[in-house]
Design a protein around this ligand. Sequence first.
Ligand code: SF4
Ligand code: SF4
Length: 240
Amino acid sequence: MIRPAKEIAVSAAHEHAHNEPRALMTGHDHGHDEPRTSERKLTFWERTYLPVIFKGLVNTFKMMFRPSATIDYVGRDSKPEQRHIPAVGYRGEHYLKVDDGGNIKCVACFMCSTACPAECITIVGEPTPVDEFGAQRFKKPQVFEIDMLKCIYCGMCVEACPKDAIAMSTTYNQVHTKRSDAIYDMQRLLKNNDEFMASLNLSRSGKDATGKYPLSPDGCGPDVTHGLQPFRVGTREGGA
Ligand code: SF4
Ligand code: SF4
């Protein structure tokens, strides 16, 4: 029987594919029994590797005198126009806010840790002292930790916070030598607040020279005590 050309081509391709692994395994060429003999012998100098090492060194030496193609992304040694300025709304390291009295704004409500998809926030709350009316209105965190190695910088914790107590700075260059260093405790998160506010010429509670709080949502000063936080909007130019 005469087989159609298409069927013959498919059959040949199957046969080729079937023989290929065997050819590779045996070092033989497609069913022929002759071993490969085309490998070239290395010369004496090639076996010493000295020429290629010398070539590499010459190349390295030439590159040493060329202008650098990389930039110092942190910006310490680079020109201002080379620095990485995070965009408005950039989500970097977290910080915990304080009010004008220097008290932490967090009331240990667990909203942020509940919203966190990475489950990297650990909070232990404790009651605050009874106020002058005999009421114990709020809690405050005794422990507040974020495992920055688990964090995915999604910002859900910030959105969930009803007290405008947690936010994310534009700090992005984290270098740690131990895993435990990447677990930011309350002191570290408050220190982040102080450093970030100082870098923006704001007071510790985020107040500017006009008495406004540009990093807080509209209408939310440092003493906001109720209401869900509206969507955060970037309020500063240049990436803050
Ligand atoms: S940014 Fe996202 S992952 Fe990181 S702590 Fe907040 S909610 Fe969790
Ligand atoms: S949601 Fe805000 S107030 Fe509540 S525990 Fe988290 S940071 Fe504190």
